[in-house]
Design a protein around this ligand. Structure first.
Ligand SMILES: [Zn+2]
Length: 127
């Protein structure tokens, strides 16, 4: 059983594409895109088993909806303070190299070793 929804993009019906043209003769219109629910299968389905692509025909309509309703959307779950995730930071030295040009050296650049440092962010049990 197929279920359909209309794209929620506020100006979806104003986009001049062939796929939106309906009617005949002098009675033609651009119509909001009709979306087949589940058209991308389980792609991008959250824990609530809902996909934004069941409600928006494309990213442009999604962003226009967010732009139009941003104040209301933010009011649903406002962020009043910063969140934090506990981590451990480890610095680690390792051998690396860079290439150095020697002026007019016809043999190309010289490989020069050096001691490099990399920083690793490690997850910590946050319970
Ligand atoms: Zn749309």
């Amino acid at each position: 059983m197929s279920d359909y929804k209309w794209c929620h993009g506020p100006v979806c019906h104003e986009q001049p594409t062939q796929s939106r043209v309906r009617g005949s003769g002098d009675n033609k219109v651009l119509r909001t895109i009709k979306i087949k629910v589940g058209r991308y299968g389980n792609y991008d389905r959250g824990e609530n088993n809902v996909s934004m692509w069941d409600y928006f025909c494309n990213q442009s309509c999604l962003m226009e909806y967010i732009r139009t309703h941003l104040t209301s959307i933010i009011a649903i779950a406002p962020r009043r303070e910063a969140l934090e995730t506990r981590i451990k930071v480890e610095k680690e030295k390792y051998e690396s190299h860079r290439y150095q040009w020697q002026g007019d050296d016809a043999n190309g650049p010289t490989r020069v070793p050096y001691q490099a440092t990399r920083t690793r962010i490690i997850a910590v049990d946050n319970d």
